[in-house]
Design a protein around this ligand. Sequence first.
Ligand code: ADP
Ligand code: MG
Length: 289
Amino acid sequence: MPLLEMSDVTFTYRGAPEPSLRNVTLNIEIGDVVGLAGASGAGKTTLCLTMAGLVPHSTGGDLDGTVRLGGRDTEAGHLGDYLCPVDSDRALVAMTFQDPESQVIGMSVEEDLAFGMENLGLSRDVMRERLDWVLDFVGLADLRRTFPFALSGGQKQRVAIAAALVMQPRLLILDEPTSELDPQSRAEIYDLIHQMSQRLELAVVVVDHSLEDLATTANRLLVLDRGALVCQGGPDEVLRQIPLLQQVGIRPPDVAVIGAACIEAGLVEPAVGTLSDETRLVDALRTLP
Ligand SMILES: Nc1ncnc2c1ncn2[C@@H]1O[C@H](COP(=O)(O)OP(=O)(O)O)[C@@H](O)[C@H]1O
Ligand SMILES: [Mg+2]
């Protein structure tokens, strides 16, 4: 059974003239790192909220089709059933929002992280253990007593990710975690996402408006345009669709444009990484006679 199953989902916000999601069908399994890309207004955040069951529970609006999370229909259930399931010390889903400051609730990093766990009904000892573990995992152990607003952009994103991770969700959704970060902090967040996928038993959905970092971190990419999934597949499959990506307002990574031209010209064979990783493209070109 897939962790998340969306079948022919169309969603319209209350009072909106047209749907924000159109006939979306997809599955996500534990172990997946799913990159979700699309131009501004394409429906990325709405899709995240739908995966998390917040659509339609928190937003209102009309949802057609079905969303099953951990085998349960999200529309039929109560939000709390899968955000904090009573029969498990793991949440089914946790999500971070684009603006990390909107999620700060405590006076210190550790207070912020404790808040969510209290809803899971964990014992004090388990909470303390998890807090130490998550602070270490995201690299914030030295900043645990810091006032969250005093942190840098990258550190605030780490706190937001830690606050989700501390719930040990099966599905972790990160909505544009790097949109306000400099290249160095971006790289660190993507490295953290890679670490999570390698070391933890979960699925991660990461939203980005560009494919550059998603293509090297995700095992599957989804491309949204005006609420519809216009393309999904492995990075090499999706990056080959240069004209489609340009048409929906996503700038394809330079390496994909050059790699696709090399494949087209018969210079290199299509192979894993040729369109997303410069080193692999250069290696492939080196083997030319
Ligand atoms: N609360 C809302 N009520 C009505 N329309 C909304 C609401 N939130 C988003 N939309 C509309 O839904 C579409 C998708 O928005 P969104 O999911 O935020 O896109 P993205 O995250 O890709 O920028 C946009 O046309 C936006 O105007
Ligand atoms: Mg958004």
